[in-house]
Design a protein around this ligand. Structure first.
Ligand code: OAD
Length: 239
């Protein structure tokens, strides 16, 4: 069977072998913090120094990591895929972006960071977004609005993920949906597979182990992303 319209969802597992830690450790902590202490609007209002420091550390860490074979395989797929291809990532790192910069995609491709990006900052007053590579100060004056601060351009718990209308539209017409390296614990990302199923798409999960939503997938490919993703891409391109 050939496919025309592809949606791929990625999560922290695709960047794990690049050295970016995943979120859900066995101790329930999130990179050493409770989620509600660093990843909610309330946390930012209560303790902006802690929240900015958490994301400053993660932003700095991007300088120490590189795209891996799984990111590069998806970039190769994006360059050679003849139909529509929407890559939706929950990751706030820039590893997909860097892989696609090395291997420019075909015209039907687009990439959405549904949970935001570490390398962008957002004005709290105007909502305007700009590229950002440095640390953010505790109360960083916004260049866009006299009453605004710059905060990380990250979707925190309780906030709406980005570009959902674009994702919904792509899922309505997709005939192949692939989920890579995500635990399926956070909605709405975890529900995209159901939307794809309703549209009649074939659904495939690639993960280290079966995720919480594994039963929703027609096929599961289990093991490290740097092995399973290149194998899967090769198979898809040979069809
Ligand atoms: P999680 O940390 O919840 O899950 C990572 C998944 O990747 C797990 O199912 C692991 O088994 C799998 N995994 C780990 N190493 C892998 C490898 N080398 N190859 C393949 N799979 C591997 O991360 P996410 O599902 O991405 O949200 O988390 C979703 C969201 O939760 C994040 O985007 C973040 C967090 O709250 C926000 O920041 C809004």
């Amino acid at each position: 069977m050939t496919y025309n319209s592809l949606v791929i969802l990625t999560g922290a597992g695709i960047s794990a072998e690049s050295g970016v830690p995943t979120f859900r450790a066995d101790d329930g902590l999130w990179m050493g913090h409770r989620i509600e202490d660093v990843a909610t609007p309330e946390a930012y209002a209560r303790d902006p120094a802690l929240v900015q420091d958490f994301y400053n550390k993660r932003r700095r860490q991007l300088g120490e990591v590189q795209p891996n074979a799984a990111h590069r395989a998806l970039a190769e797929l994006a360059a050679r895929w003849k139909g529509d291809f929407l890559l939706v990532t929950q990751n706030v790192d820039d590893l997909h972006d860097r892989a696609h910069a090395e291997t420019p995609p075909a015209t039907g491709f687009s990439l959405i960071h549904m949970h935001g990006e570490l390398l962008k900052a957002r004005c709290t007053a105007s909502g305007r977004v700009c590229d950002w590579v440095e640390d953010l100060d505790v109360r960083h004056d916004s260049p866009f609005h006299p009453d605004g601060w710059l905060r990380p351009h990250i979707v925190w718990f309780g906030e709406m993920p980005l570009a959902m209308h674009v994702i919904d539209a792509a899922l309505e017409r997709c005939d192949l949906f692939v989920s890579i390296g995500t635990s399926g614990a956070v909605y709405p990302a975890a529900g995209l597979v159901q939307q794809a199923r309703r549209a009649g798409a074939r659904t495939v999960e690639i993960n280290l182990e079966p995720s919480q939503g594994a039963r929703q997938f027609d096929e599961g490919l289990y093991g490290p992303a740097t092995e399973r993703v290149p194998e899967f891409v090769e198979r898809l391109l040979q069809r």
